[in-house]
Design a protein around this ligand. Sequence first.
Ligand SMILES: [Zn+2]
Ligand SMILES: [Zn+2]
Ligand SMILES: [Zn+2]
Ligand SMILES: [Zn+2]
Length: 227
Amino acid sequence: MPRRPENPGTCAYCGEIITKRGVRKHMQICPKRQEALASAVASNRPLETLWHLRVQDACDKDFWLDLEMVGSASLEKLDRYLRAIWLECCGHLSKFTIGGWSGMDVGKARKADSVFDPGLVLRHLYDFGTTSETDIKVIDFRQGQATSKYPVALLARNQMPEAVCQECGKPATWICIECLYEEDKTGHLCDEHVEVHPHDNYGEPAPLYNSPRTGMCGYEGPAEPPY
Ligand SMILES: [Zn+2]
Ligand SMILES: [Zn+2]
Ligand SMILES: [Zn+2]
Ligand SMILES: [Zn+2]
């Protein structure tokens, strides 16, 4: 089976379209990122370890984020960031583990510095019923100053995955959960076909968001970074 091309992303600094594989290299040459680093050096923020994280939905690799997290921040801050940009629907429980459900829990009070090492993969579980599983891989680190006052900085993010209407093949902006769960279809619908779609057993079709939580537990976005 031919592999689907990897879903590219955009640089959070300059907006350029970049591949997942190219993020690290782009960060080294992106003029806007270089500006942010220069003003970080001129700031009075402390010198510390900054961790480059690759965040990816465990099932759907189209959804990914590259983040930079300050070493003195707790995993609680990362949990809050993931909830804000991707996951939050109704305040479910969440946890970090190494090894998933059957693995070892890693407490949210732990500081990034006491947990992270290059190559480490944490799994984040949100909602222990309809669970969203997210992998967080430590891909790099630097010694320096944070580029903002916040514990987490967004470096890059996947573009909205392309979705086509299951009825007509035009670009889709809606999803029908009933089609997805009960008819083994994508459930993707265009603006035209959503108007005449008959299903409402799982509620009306919902908008597609740039979040792997779309279609789960009545997720309603907004899938925007909190800062
Ligand atoms: Zn850039
Ligand atoms: Zn929920
Ligand atoms: Zn259509
Ligand atoms: Zn349907």
